[in-house]
Design a protein around this ligand. Structure first.
Ligand SMILES: O=c1[nH]c(=O)n([C@H]2C[C@H](O)[C@@H](COP(=O)(O)O)O2)cc1CO
Length: 137
């Protein structure tokens, strides 16, 4: 299945290694459309403002194509919040992974009835176990 993986870019890249591990796991039996999110060379400032319309339109097209959206929300990100609202608008299935030792999930996400699969984790292994249970790989 095609998976849209959402996680922070301009919101901060502290967790990029976690994103990469989750993407690598998902890619074993699926196609992650947004692999670039796990790229350690993609920094907060590495893409210029002039690319922004291209990025936004490309990502929305990928989301329309996706069978599932997986969002890692521990590092707050405006883009991820927007993507989650868009996933709700498109009625896409959504899995949210959140490490609550790092931040408290926004009420706008946690308080949205549409998001039923919100999971807390602390280690990457736990996050992968959650994905294994939630997705038929
Ligand atoms: O360069 C980018 N490429 C890209 O695909 N995005 C999308 C995918 C991510 O899930 C999300 C991150 O948003 P933000 O950059 O506001 O943290 O937005 C966001 C940016 C930069 O905002």
């Amino acid at each position: 299945m095609k998976i849209y993986f959402a996680a922070s870019i301009r919101g901060g890249r502290d967790d990029v290694k976690i994103y990469k591990e989750l993407i690598d796991f998902l890619n074993q039996d699926n196609q992650v459309l947004t692999e670039h999110i796990g790229n350690g060379n993609l920094s907060v400032t590495s893409q210029s403002q002039s690319d922004d319309k291209y990025i936004r339109d490309r990502d929305i097209n990928w989301m329309k194509e996706a069978d599932l959206v997986v969002a890692e929300t521990s590092n707050p990100s405006l883009g991820v919040g927007y993507e989650l609202a868009y996933a709700e608008k498109l009625h896409k299935p959504v899995i949210i992974l959140h490490n609550s030792t790092k931040s408290q999930l926004s009420a706008m996400i946690n308080g949205t009835d549409y998001f039923k699969d919100i999971f807390e984790y602390e280690t990457v292994s736990e996050a992968i176990e959650i994905l294994k249970r939630s997705i038929k790989l």
